[in-house]
Write a protein that binds this ligand. Structure first.
Ligand code: ARG
Length: 479
Protein backbone atom coordinates (compact mmCIF):
# COMPACT_ATOMS: atom_id res chain seq x y z
CA UNK A 1 0.00 0.00 0.00
CA UNK A 2 1.44 3.37 0.99
CA UNK A 3 4.91 4.39 -0.03
CA UNK A 4 7.87 5.03 2.19
CA UNK A 5 8.22 8.77 1.98
CA UNK A 6 11.91 9.61 1.47
CA UNK A 7 13.22 7.54 4.35
CA UNK A 8 10.14 8.00 6.53
CA UNK A 9 8.00 5.20 7.81
CA UNK A 10 4.89 4.24 5.84
CA UNK A 11 2.07 6.80 5.60
CA UNK A 12 0.14 5.06 8.38
CA UNK A 13 2.01 3.58 11.28
CA UNK A 14 -0.24 0.55 11.02
CA UNK A 15 0.28 0.19 7.22
CA UNK A 16 1.88 -3.22 7.61
CA UNK A 17 -1.38 -4.87 8.62
CA UNK A 18 -3.58 -3.32 5.92
CA UNK A 19 -4.08 -4.25 2.29
CA UNK A 20 -5.52 -1.00 0.92
CA UNK A 21 -5.39 2.69 1.77
CA UNK A 22 -7.97 4.33 4.01
CA UNK A 23 -11.05 5.66 2.23
CA UNK A 24 -10.84 9.44 1.78
CA UNK A 25 -14.24 9.94 3.42
CA UNK A 26 -13.04 7.99 6.43
CA UNK A 27 -9.93 10.18 6.63
CA UNK A 28 -12.11 13.29 6.70
CA UNK A 29 -14.47 11.84 9.27
CA UNK A 30 -11.80 10.63 11.67
CA UNK A 31 -9.21 13.42 11.52
CA UNK A 32 -8.59 15.64 14.50
CA UNK A 33 -5.61 17.72 13.38
CA UNK A 34 -8.01 20.55 12.50
CA UNK A 35 -8.55 21.12 16.23
CA UNK A 36 -6.06 19.09 18.29
CA UNK A 37 -3.17 21.06 16.73
CA UNK A 38 -3.81 23.31 19.70
CA UNK A 39 -2.04 20.67 21.82
CA UNK A 40 1.22 20.84 19.86
CA UNK A 41 3.29 22.37 22.66
CA UNK A 42 2.23 19.74 25.17
CA UNK A 43 2.79 17.00 22.60
CA UNK A 44 6.32 18.20 21.94
CA UNK A 45 7.13 18.72 25.64
CA UNK A 46 5.97 15.18 26.34
CA UNK A 47 8.04 13.85 23.43
CA UNK A 48 11.17 15.61 24.69
CA UNK A 49 10.80 14.10 28.17
CA UNK A 50 10.00 10.69 26.70
CA UNK A 51 13.08 10.83 24.43
CA UNK A 52 15.36 11.74 27.34
CA UNK A 53 13.98 8.80 29.27
CA UNK A 54 14.61 6.47 26.30
CA UNK A 55 18.21 7.68 26.33
CA UNK A 56 18.55 7.06 30.09
CA UNK A 57 17.39 3.47 29.74
CA UNK A 58 19.70 2.91 26.80
CA UNK A 59 17.14 2.69 23.98
CA UNK A 60 18.54 5.80 22.27
CA UNK A 61 22.17 6.74 21.74
CA UNK A 62 23.38 10.19 22.73
CA UNK A 63 23.54 11.10 19.06
CA UNK A 64 19.99 9.90 18.40
CA UNK A 65 18.73 11.88 21.36
CA UNK A 66 20.42 15.02 20.05
CA UNK A 67 18.91 14.46 16.61
CA UNK A 68 15.48 13.98 18.15
CA UNK A 69 15.67 17.03 20.41
CA UNK A 70 16.93 19.22 17.57
CA UNK A 71 14.26 17.79 15.32
CA UNK A 72 11.56 18.54 17.88
CA UNK A 73 12.81 22.14 18.11
CA UNK A 74 12.31 22.45 14.37
CA UNK A 75 8.85 20.90 14.57
CA UNK A 76 7.99 23.33 17.38
CA UNK A 77 9.14 26.24 15.22
CA UNK A 78 6.87 25.01 12.40
CA UNK A 79 3.87 24.85 14.68
CA UNK A 80 4.66 28.18 16.31
CA UNK A 81 4.99 29.82 12.90
CA UNK A 82 1.92 28.08 11.50
CA UNK A 83 4.00 26.61 8.67
CA UNK A 84 3.67 22.92 9.50
CA UNK A 85 2.18 20.89 6.66
CA UNK A 86 -1.28 19.51 7.38
CA UNK A 87 -1.87 16.08 5.88
CA UNK A 88 -5.29 14.74 6.62
CA UNK A 89 -4.03 11.15 6.43
CA UNK A 90 -1.75 11.89 9.40
CA UNK A 91 -4.96 12.26 11.40
CA UNK A 92 -3.93 14.01 14.57
CA UNK A 93 -1.37 16.24 16.20
CA UNK A 94 0.59 13.26 17.55
CA UNK A 95 1.18 11.78 14.11
CA UNK A 96 1.93 15.18 12.61
CA UNK A 97 4.60 15.83 15.21
CA UNK A 98 6.07 12.37 14.69
CA UNK A 99 6.02 12.66 10.89
CA UNK A 100 7.73 16.01 10.95
CA UNK A 101 10.23 14.75 13.50
CA UNK A 102 11.16 11.88 11.18
CA UNK A 103 11.44 14.43 8.37
CA UNK A 104 14.02 16.44 10.37
CA UNK A 105 15.71 13.79 12.51
CA UNK A 106 15.74 10.92 10.01
CA UNK A 107 15.99 7.35 11.32
CA UNK A 108 16.40 8.49 14.96
CA UNK A 109 12.87 9.86 14.73
CA UNK A 110 11.58 6.38 14.01
CA UNK A 111 12.41 5.51 17.64
CA UNK A 112 10.39 8.23 19.38
CA UNK A 113 7.26 6.13 19.64
CA UNK A 114 9.09 3.35 21.52
CA UNK A 115 7.10 2.30 24.62
CA UNK A 116 4.44 4.88 23.87
CA UNK A 117 0.94 4.88 22.40
CA UNK A 118 -1.18 7.76 21.20
CA UNK A 119 -3.52 6.70 23.98
CA UNK A 120 -1.19 7.64 26.82
CA UNK A 121 0.20 10.48 24.71
CA UNK A 122 -3.14 12.23 24.21
CA UNK A 123 -3.95 11.80 27.87
CA UNK A 124 -0.65 13.42 28.81
CA UNK A 125 -1.16 16.28 26.34
CA UNK A 126 -4.59 17.00 27.78
CA UNK A 127 -3.36 16.85 31.36
CA UNK A 128 -0.53 19.26 30.64
CA UNK A 129 -2.92 21.53 28.75
CA UNK A 130 -5.43 21.55 31.60
CA UNK A 131 -2.66 22.18 34.13
CA UNK A 132 -1.48 25.26 32.22
CA UNK A 133 -4.87 26.64 31.22
CA UNK A 134 -6.54 26.07 34.59
CA UNK A 135 -3.73 28.00 36.25
CA UNK A 136 -3.99 30.73 33.62
CA UNK A 137 -7.76 30.95 34.13
CA UNK A 138 -7.19 31.23 37.88
CA UNK A 139 -4.96 34.24 37.14
CA UNK A 140 -7.71 35.78 35.00
CA UNK A 141 -10.18 35.31 37.81
CA UNK A 142 -7.70 36.98 40.16
CA UNK A 143 -7.72 39.96 37.80
CA UNK A 144 -11.49 40.12 38.14
CA UNK A 145 -11.20 39.73 41.92
CA UNK A 146 -8.78 42.64 42.10
CA UNK A 147 -11.38 44.90 40.48
CA UNK A 148 -14.15 43.54 42.69
CA UNK A 149 -12.15 44.14 45.88
CA UNK A 150 -11.30 47.69 44.83
CA UNK A 151 -14.97 48.45 44.21
CA UNK A 152 -15.82 46.85 47.54
CA UNK A 153 -13.48 49.29 49.26
CA UNK A 154 -14.74 52.25 47.27
CA UNK A 155 -18.40 51.44 47.98
CA UNK A 156 -17.85 49.99 51.42
CA UNK A 157 -20.18 52.48 53.13
CA UNK A 158 -22.76 52.94 50.39
CA UNK A 159 -26.20 51.78 51.54
CA UNK A 160 -28.01 49.49 49.14
CA UNK A 161 -31.27 47.60 49.14
CA UNK A 162 -30.58 43.86 49.43
CA UNK A 163 -32.91 41.53 47.53
CA UNK A 164 -34.34 38.06 47.82
CA UNK A 165 -36.79 36.90 45.13
CA UNK A 166 -35.89 40.23 43.44
CA UNK A 167 -38.01 41.84 46.18
CA UNK A 168 -36.50 44.32 48.60
CA UNK A 169 -35.44 42.45 51.71
CA UNK A 170 -32.94 44.09 54.09
CA UNK A 171 -30.47 46.95 53.75
CA UNK A 172 -26.87 46.07 52.94
CA UNK A 173 -23.68 47.92 52.11
CA UNK A 174 -21.84 48.27 48.81
CA UNK A 175 -18.86 46.52 50.37
CA UNK A 176 -21.07 43.60 51.37
CA UNK A 177 -22.47 43.46 47.84
CA UNK A 178 -19.10 43.30 46.10
CA UNK A 179 -17.80 41.14 48.93
CA UNK A 180 -20.43 38.53 48.04
CA UNK A 181 -19.07 38.27 44.50
CA UNK A 182 -15.52 38.23 45.86
CA UNK A 183 -16.40 35.08 47.83
CA UNK A 184 -17.87 33.43 44.75
CA UNK A 185 -14.96 34.18 42.48
CA UNK A 186 -12.47 33.28 45.17
CA UNK A 187 -14.04 29.83 45.31
CA UNK A 188 -13.92 29.68 41.50
CA UNK A 189 -10.26 30.56 41.51
CA UNK A 190 -9.52 27.89 44.11
CA UNK A 191 -11.57 25.34 42.17
CA UNK A 192 -9.54 26.08 39.04
CA UNK A 193 -6.28 25.66 40.93
CA UNK A 194 -7.49 22.34 42.33
CA UNK A 195 -8.41 21.20 38.81
CA UNK A 196 -4.87 22.08 37.70
CA UNK A 197 -3.37 20.05 40.56
CA UNK A 198 -5.66 17.07 39.99
CA UNK A 199 -4.70 16.94 36.32
CA UNK A 200 -1.02 17.06 37.16
CA UNK A 201 -0.09 13.36 36.90
CA UNK A 202 1.80 11.70 34.08
CA UNK A 203 0.01 8.82 32.33
CA UNK A 204 3.02 8.11 30.07
CA UNK A 205 3.98 4.48 30.37
CA UNK A 206 0.39 3.34 30.27
CA UNK A 207 1.05 2.58 26.61
CA UNK A 208 -2.04 1.61 24.70
CA UNK A 209 -3.68 0.28 27.87
CA UNK A 210 -1.39 -2.29 29.48
CA UNK A 211 2.04 -0.76 29.78
CA UNK A 212 5.15 -2.03 28.05
CA UNK A 213 7.76 -4.77 28.42
CA UNK A 214 10.53 -2.19 27.95
CA UNK A 215 12.33 -0.95 31.09
CA UNK A 216 10.80 2.53 31.25
CA UNK A 217 11.27 5.15 33.98
CA UNK A 218 7.85 6.69 34.50
CA UNK A 219 8.71 8.77 37.54
CA UNK A 220 11.68 10.33 35.78
CA UNK A 221 9.46 11.46 32.90
CA UNK A 222 6.86 12.76 35.33
CA UNK A 223 9.33 14.79 37.34
CA UNK A 224 10.92 16.23 34.22
CA UNK A 225 7.46 17.38 33.15
CA UNK A 226 6.81 18.95 36.55
CA UNK A 227 4.07 16.43 37.34
CA UNK A 228 3.30 15.55 40.94
CA UNK A 229 3.43 11.83 40.20
CA UNK A 230 2.29 9.11 37.81
CA UNK A 231 -1.10 7.51 37.23
CA UNK A 232 -1.43 4.10 38.90
CA UNK A 233 -3.34 1.93 36.43
CA UNK A 234 -2.85 2.16 32.69
CA UNK A 235 -6.17 0.52 31.85
CA UNK A 236 -7.87 3.30 33.79
CA UNK A 237 -5.52 6.09 32.76
CA UNK A 238 -5.93 5.92 28.97
CA UNK A 239 -9.70 6.32 29.18
CA UNK A 240 -9.86 8.57 32.25
CA UNK A 241 -11.12 12.08 31.56
CA UNK A 242 -12.19 12.89 35.14
CA UNK A 243 -9.62 15.68 35.19
CA UNK A 244 -11.34 17.26 32.18
CA UNK A 245 -14.73 16.96 33.86
CA UNK A 246 -13.29 18.66 36.94
CA UNK A 247 -11.95 21.50 34.84
CA UNK A 248 -15.21 21.91 32.91
CA UNK A 249 -17.08 21.80 36.20
CA UNK A 250 -14.89 24.60 37.56
CA UNK A 251 -15.47 26.60 34.36
CA UNK A 252 -19.20 25.93 34.53
CA UNK A 253 -19.54 27.20 38.08
CA UNK A 254 -17.53 30.26 37.10
CA UNK A 255 -19.85 30.81 34.14
CA UNK A 256 -22.92 30.42 36.38
CA UNK A 257 -21.58 33.10 38.69
CA UNK A 258 -20.82 35.43 35.80
CA UNK A 259 -24.17 34.84 34.17
CA UNK A 260 -26.19 35.53 37.30
CA UNK A 261 -24.27 38.72 37.94
CA UNK A 262 -24.70 39.83 34.33
CA UNK A 263 -28.45 39.29 34.62
CA UNK A 264 -28.52 41.34 37.82
CA UNK A 265 -26.83 44.29 36.16
CA UNK A 266 -28.98 44.00 33.04
CA UNK A 267 -31.95 44.54 35.33
CA UNK A 268 -30.25 47.09 37.59
CA UNK A 269 -29.25 49.22 34.60
CA UNK A 270 -32.83 49.57 33.32
CA UNK A 271 -34.58 52.90 33.76
CA UNK A 272 -37.03 51.16 36.09
CA UNK A 273 -34.31 50.03 38.50
CA UNK A 274 -31.61 52.55 37.62
CA UNK A 275 -29.15 51.41 40.29
CA UNK A 276 -26.14 50.77 38.05
CA UNK A 277 -24.66 52.49 35.03
CA UNK A 278 -22.03 51.18 32.63
CA UNK A 279 -19.81 53.62 30.71
CA UNK A 280 -20.52 54.26 27.03
CA UNK A 281 -17.37 52.43 25.96
CA UNK A 282 -18.95 49.21 27.18
CA UNK A 283 -22.42 49.80 25.74
CA UNK A 284 -23.81 49.32 22.27
CA UNK A 285 -26.52 51.16 20.39
CA UNK A 286 -29.48 50.31 18.22
CA UNK A 287 -29.41 50.60 14.44
CA UNK A 288 -32.98 51.90 14.51
CA UNK A 289 -33.82 53.41 17.90
CA UNK A 290 -31.67 56.49 18.48
CA UNK A 291 -32.13 56.62 22.24
CA UNK A 292 -30.86 53.10 22.99
CA UNK A 293 -27.83 52.17 25.04
CA UNK A 294 -27.69 48.44 25.48
CA UNK A 295 -25.64 46.30 27.89
CA UNK A 296 -24.84 43.73 25.18
CA UNK A 297 -21.70 42.52 26.91
CA UNK A 298 -23.73 41.52 29.96
CA UNK A 299 -26.33 39.80 27.81
CA UNK A 300 -23.62 37.92 25.98
CA UNK A 301 -21.96 36.84 29.21
CA UNK A 302 -25.35 35.46 30.20
CA UNK A 303 -25.94 33.95 26.76
CA UNK A 304 -22.51 32.44 26.25
CA UNK A 305 -22.47 30.75 29.64
CA UNK A 306 -24.67 28.09 28.02
CA UNK A 307 -21.77 27.05 25.82
CA UNK A 308 -19.71 26.22 28.88
CA UNK A 309 -22.43 24.12 30.53
CA UNK A 310 -23.24 22.37 27.28
CA UNK A 311 -19.57 21.45 26.86
CA UNK A 312 -19.62 19.96 30.35
CA UNK A 313 -22.79 18.05 29.70
CA UNK A 314 -21.52 16.90 26.28
CA UNK A 315 -18.41 15.50 27.94
CA UNK A 316 -20.48 13.64 30.52
CA UNK A 317 -22.62 12.25 27.73
CA UNK A 318 -19.52 11.26 25.80
CA UNK A 319 -18.12 9.32 28.74
CA UNK A 320 -21.26 7.70 30.07
CA UNK A 321 -21.25 4.61 27.88
CA UNK A 322 -17.56 3.92 27.52
CA UNK A 323 -16.14 0.56 28.53
CA UNK A 324 -12.48 0.27 29.51
CA UNK A 325 -10.23 1.42 28.13
CA UNK A 326 -9.40 3.90 25.34
CA UNK A 327 -12.19 4.43 22.83
CA UNK A 328 -12.02 6.73 19.85
CA UNK A 329 -15.08 8.57 21.14
CA UNK A 330 -12.62 10.33 23.43
CA UNK A 331 -11.33 12.35 20.52
CA UNK A 332 -14.56 14.35 20.87
CA UNK A 333 -13.43 15.71 24.24
CA UNK A 334 -11.12 18.37 22.82
CA UNK A 335 -13.48 20.73 21.05
CA UNK A 336 -15.71 20.73 24.14
CA UNK A 337 -12.70 21.64 26.26
CA UNK A 338 -11.52 24.40 23.95
CA UNK A 339 -14.95 25.93 23.54
CA UNK A 340 -15.63 25.98 27.28
CA UNK A 341 -12.22 27.48 28.00
CA UNK A 342 -12.35 30.20 25.33
CA UNK A 343 -15.89 31.14 26.24
CA UNK A 344 -15.22 31.36 29.96
CA UNK A 345 -12.06 33.39 29.35
CA UNK A 346 -13.94 35.90 27.18
CA UNK A 347 -16.71 36.24 29.76
CA UNK A 348 -14.25 36.85 32.62
CA UNK A 349 -12.48 39.55 30.66
CA UNK A 350 -15.77 41.32 29.82
CA UNK A 351 -16.96 41.15 33.42
CA UNK A 352 -13.62 42.58 34.55
CA UNK A 353 -14.21 45.58 32.28
CA UNK A 354 -17.78 45.93 33.51
CA UNK A 355 -16.76 45.88 37.18
CA UNK A 356 -14.00 48.36 36.52
CA UNK A 357 -16.24 50.70 34.54
CA UNK A 358 -19.58 50.55 36.37
CA UNK A 359 -20.80 53.01 38.88
CA UNK A 360 -23.69 52.99 41.28
CA UNK A 361 -26.34 55.66 40.66
CA UNK A 362 -26.19 56.97 44.19
CA UNK A 363 -29.00 59.51 43.94
CA UNK A 364 -31.38 56.92 42.53
CA UNK A 365 -30.35 54.48 45.24
CA UNK A 366 -31.00 57.11 47.94
CA UNK A 367 -34.43 57.68 46.41
CA UNK A 368 -35.19 53.95 46.47
CA UNK A 369 -34.07 53.71 50.08
CA UNK A 370 -36.37 56.56 51.11
CA UNK A 371 -39.53 54.62 50.40
CA UNK A 372 -38.87 51.10 51.65
CA UNK A 373 -39.87 48.56 54.25
CA UNK A 374 -36.30 47.33 54.57
CA UNK A 375 -36.29 47.80 58.36
CA UNK A 376 -39.20 45.47 59.06
CA UNK A 377 -36.93 42.65 60.24
CA UNK A 378 -34.97 45.05 62.47
CA UNK A 379 -38.20 46.18 64.15
CA UNK A 380 -39.23 42.58 64.75
CA UNK A 381 -35.80 41.85 66.25
CA UNK A 382 -36.12 44.92 68.48
CA UNK A 383 -39.45 43.61 69.74
CA UNK A 384 -37.59 40.40 70.63
CA UNK A 385 -35.21 42.59 72.66
CA UNK A 386 -38.26 44.10 74.36
CA UNK A 387 -39.43 40.61 75.35
CA UNK A 388 -41.81 39.62 72.56
CA UNK A 389 -41.42 36.07 71.14
CA UNK A 390 -40.15 36.31 67.55
CA UNK A 391 -43.20 34.69 65.94
CA UNK A 392 -45.49 37.26 67.62
CA UNK A 393 -43.08 40.07 66.78
CA UNK A 394 -43.16 38.99 63.13
CA UNK A 395 -46.97 39.16 63.11
CA UNK A 396 -47.02 42.57 64.84
CA UNK A 397 -44.58 44.08 62.36
CA UNK A 398 -46.57 42.55 59.51
CA UNK A 399 -49.57 44.56 60.71
CA UNK A 400 -47.41 47.67 61.10
CA UNK A 401 -46.15 47.30 57.52
CA UNK A 402 -49.72 47.01 56.25
CA UNK A 403 -50.61 50.12 58.25
CA UNK A 404 -47.69 52.12 56.80
CA UNK A 405 -48.64 50.90 53.35
CA UNK A 406 -52.26 52.01 53.75
CA UNK A 407 -51.12 55.45 54.96
CA UNK A 408 -48.63 55.56 52.08
CA UNK A 409 -45.61 56.37 54.24
CA UNK A 410 -42.33 54.50 54.58
CA UNK A 411 -42.07 52.21 57.55
CA UNK A 412 -39.26 54.13 59.20
CA UNK A 413 -41.30 57.35 59.22
CA UNK A 414 -44.04 55.95 61.39
CA UNK A 415 -44.47 57.76 64.72
CA UNK A 416 -44.24 56.18 68.15
CA UNK A 417 -48.04 56.53 68.40
CA UNK A 418 -48.49 54.60 65.15
CA UNK A 419 -46.20 51.83 66.42
CA UNK A 420 -47.88 51.67 69.85
CA UNK A 421 -51.22 50.87 68.19
CA UNK A 422 -49.71 47.43 67.52
CA UNK A 423 -47.54 46.83 70.59
CA UNK A 424 -47.14 48.58 73.93
CA UNK A 425 -43.60 47.21 74.22
CA UNK A 426 -42.11 49.98 72.04
CA UNK A 427 -40.19 52.36 74.34
CA UNK A 428 -40.17 56.17 74.21
CA UNK A 429 -38.51 57.65 71.11
CA UNK A 430 -38.19 54.26 69.46
CA UNK A 431 -39.30 55.51 66.04
CA UNK A 432 -36.50 58.10 65.96
CA UNK A 433 -33.91 55.36 66.45
CA UNK A 434 -34.78 53.70 63.15
CA UNK A 435 -32.14 54.24 60.49
CA UNK A 436 -31.00 52.26 57.51
CA UNK A 437 -27.34 53.02 58.19
CA UNK A 438 -27.64 51.91 61.78
CA UNK A 439 -29.41 48.76 60.64
CA UNK A 440 -26.42 47.84 58.49
CA UNK A 441 -23.91 48.75 61.18
CA UNK A 442 -25.72 46.66 63.78
CA UNK A 443 -25.25 43.45 61.81
CA UNK A 444 -21.55 43.26 62.62
CA UNK A 445 -21.17 39.53 63.25
CA UNK A 446 -18.92 37.45 61.00
CA UNK A 447 -20.60 37.21 57.60
CA UNK A 448 -22.72 40.31 58.21
CA UNK A 449 -22.88 43.57 56.22
CA UNK A 450 -21.46 46.07 58.74
CA UNK A 451 -18.81 48.12 56.91
CA UNK A 452 -16.06 47.28 59.42
CA UNK A 453 -16.77 43.57 59.25
CA UNK A 454 -16.80 43.73 55.46
CA UNK A 455 -13.62 45.81 55.43
CA UNK A 456 -11.78 43.19 57.46
CA UNK A 457 -12.88 40.36 55.17
CA UNK A 458 -12.00 42.31 52.02
CA UNK A 459 -8.51 42.99 53.39
CA UNK A 460 -8.12 39.32 54.26
CA UNK A 461 -8.99 38.21 50.72
CA UNK A 462 -6.71 40.87 49.28
CA UNK A 463 -3.79 39.63 51.40
CA UNK A 464 -4.48 36.05 50.43
CA UNK A 465 -4.44 36.84 46.72
CA UNK A 466 -1.96 39.64 46.39
CA UNK A 467 0.11 39.00 49.50
CA UNK A 468 2.31 41.95 50.25
CA UNK A 469 0.97 44.20 47.54
CA UNK A 470 -0.61 47.01 49.58
CA UNK A 471 -4.25 47.65 48.94
CA UNK A 472 -4.50 50.89 46.99
CA UNK A 473 -5.62 53.75 49.26
CA UNK A 474 -7.98 54.99 46.60
CA UNK A 475 -9.18 52.63 43.90
CA UNK A 476 -9.25 55.62 41.56
CA UNK A 477 -5.45 55.77 41.68
CA UNK A 478 -5.27 52.24 40.41
CA UNK A 479 -7.76 52.49 37.60
N1 ARG B 1 -6.65 11.62 18.08
C1 ARG B 1 -6.86 10.67 19.10
C2 ARG B 1 -7.68 11.28 20.24
O1 ARG B 1 -7.83 12.42 20.27
C3 ARG B 1 -5.55 10.23 19.67
C4 ARG B 1 -5.55 8.84 20.20
C5 ARG B 1 -5.82 7.90 19.10
N2 ARG B 1 -5.59 6.55 19.45
C6 ARG B 1 -5.98 5.56 18.68
N3 ARG B 1 -5.69 4.39 19.04
N4 ARG B 1 -6.68 5.76 17.59
O2 ARG B 1 -8.20 10.59 21.08
Amino acid sequence: MSQEESGEFPEKPWGGRFSEPTDQAVERFTESISFDRRLWKEDIDGSRAHARMLRRIGLLSEEELTQILEGLDKVAAEFAGGTFPVRIEWEDVHMHVEKRLVHYAGPAGLKIHTARSRNDQVSLDLRLFVRREARAMAREVEGLLRRILLRAVEYRDLLLPGYTHTQQAQPISGGYYFGAYAERFLRDRDRLLRAAEDANLSPLGSGALAGTTLPIDREGVASELGCAGVTQNGLDAVGDRDFLLDFLHALSVLAVHLSGWAEEWVVWSTREFGLVRLPDRLLTGSSMMPQKKNPDILELIRGKSGRVFSAYSALLTLLKGLPLSYNRDLQEDKERLFEALDTARGCVSMMTLAVEGMRFEESRIAEVLRGTELLATDIAEDLVRFGVPFREAHAIVGRIVAHAYSKNIPLERLSDEDLRIYSDRFPENYAASLSIRRSVERRAHVGGPAPDTVGRRIAEIWRRLFENEPMAPSPKDVR
